[in-house]
Design a protein around this ligand. Sequence first.
Ligand code: FRU
Length: 671
Amino acid sequence: MPTNLMNFVALVLIASAFSTVLAEEPLFPNADFETGTLAGWTVEGEAFKVQPTKGDNPAARNRETSNHQGEYWIGGYENYTGNEGKPGATRGDKFTGTLTSPEFTITKPYITFLIGGGNLPGQQGVKLLCAGKEIELASGVDSETMVKQSFDVSQYLGETVRLVIFDDAKGGWGHINVDAFTATDEAVPDVSKAFAFIDGISTTAYPDTGYDQPLRPQFHFSSRENWLNDPNGMVFDGEEYHLFFQHNPKGTSWGNMTWGHATSLDMVHWTQQSHALLPYRIDRRAGTIFSGTAIVDHNNCLGKQIGDTKTICAFFTFASKPKFYQAMAYSTDCGATWNYWNEGRAVVPNQGFDSGERDPKVFWHQESQKWVLVLWVQHNPGRVRFFTSENLTDWEFASDLMRDWAFECMDLVFLPMDGNPNDMKCVIYDASFDYEIGTFDGRTFHSETEPQKMSRGNFYAAQTFNNAPDKRIVQIGWMRGGPNSAQAYGLPFNQQMSFPCELSLRTTTKGPRLLCWPIKEVESLTTRTHVMENVVLAGNTNALSDIAGLDLVDLTVEFEPGTASQVAFDLPGVWVRYDAKDHVVTHSGINNEGELQEKYWTIDKLPPRDGVVQLRILVDRLSVEVFAFDGEVFGSHYINPKHGPATHSIHAIGGEAKIRRLELRELNSAW
Ligand code: FRU
């Protein structure tokens, strides 16, 4: 045999040996795009104009890896072909179109390929055109990472077919990634159906970077780094308080929702722990972890308890397309590690009202000896759905509460009226802290008041600690809004929590009302206390003239406005004014655009009671919280400390006022 021919035979033998080992062969020339062109393919529309793309572009812009094969692949979002553009450049989701393969014959029982991008079956994906039929093969899983999938085409053996990669979707995740179409003898296991965490997010939190940046909140919780929003899973485990929170571990804006985690012995000093619940993928659906609550499984209803350590169950919203559902994870080691119940599948499926039904609240109802789950499921008309369960995993419908004020993050707590343990009432509230007081019989809420509005300002999505050791109901809210403190002040984080407050119920002249008052543990931060009684504020009198170098402040004051038009509190970073004519409190602060507002906050009218106004004012580096009349009204606000008054003083404007009693506590950092 001539050498050339021998070489050729050897090559064929090696190649066929390979193809039996791999049992896969290209479906048709350029089925893997390795020519770096679309040779053989037909492009229609705009979606596939700048293709194939070269290299791992998603990774080049810090997204999940593409997992492409060879050098070239189809990346619908990408804008880099190797010649034009830059690695990592994007074209966006808005383009639509098709990419159609040449005709080929089905010679093996499976078509195997890599697929990623958006999970929008019917709107984008891969189709097979066969004997006049269109057979949809697959769509992505809302991840740039492509996974291998096989499609059983054994019934079409010998038929002439075409593949169509199609993209009709323009919105979020409206793009498709594909690569390496091969003919195979066997199917790959469908890994895209299995449970997997989303690439690029792990439990690893942050080194102790210190909380010593000049504008870092000193007694309000903020994450060491990156974005936070709603408090989640607040629970006392028997020894420690847990504060989980909506967290973006990858940036200082909202996204990649993960449950961050911090623990504390007193709700004031917090230690940030590794992240608790991470975005995952199951049954071809990728999702992030939205808000929810956690409980301690006292009676081991779930049956997972190890030794004496009670199981903690966290109920959360699996935020995945096309419809969110409620899922659960449990921890047998006090929140250090988590197991996803039934691989993160639904414990409460979507109820069919809203694709974004969310934020389950779960609590133990002693009288009925059942667990109760409260879920916001619908907007306009607002609908809150109650479920009950004995084992924490099977949930039965109990009742619907139709309330137009209700939107997101429902919480429900039990409190004694006027401190009377024989007169327990139930309070239900939503993310914006609209609430009603009534009773709850284990299945249904029975209202006894009109809806009330509790908070003003940057206060949202609050919840309360489950399982508190002393029957106190302590609440924390997310201080929503303000400027992005990473951009505005160069801080390593953005957003913070409100200071924990104890809730109580009191009969007022207007009817029963909820009160919200900073927890007494704040006193542990006190460095100096200044008490004053019966100080007349006239002319230039400044009640703070003897106090130098104020920083963090907890001020409680009772005063008679007298003939003054205003009583002024000039504190570090913020002016607070009581207007004696209009009976309102205003203060400087910043709106959501980050602009200074001289009179930012006007709460409900606060006429003096028996001639006296009572206020409590907490000032931290980026915030002011003002409570009036034991917390019947309050507001939590961001301030811009750079705009604060030059000197600190309490004085009267336009007349004489009198301080009945003032207690100013200077506070230390909690870090
Ligand atoms: C409220 C909210 C919740 C949701 C979460 C997502 O602020 O919209 O309804 O679970 O934030 O981060």
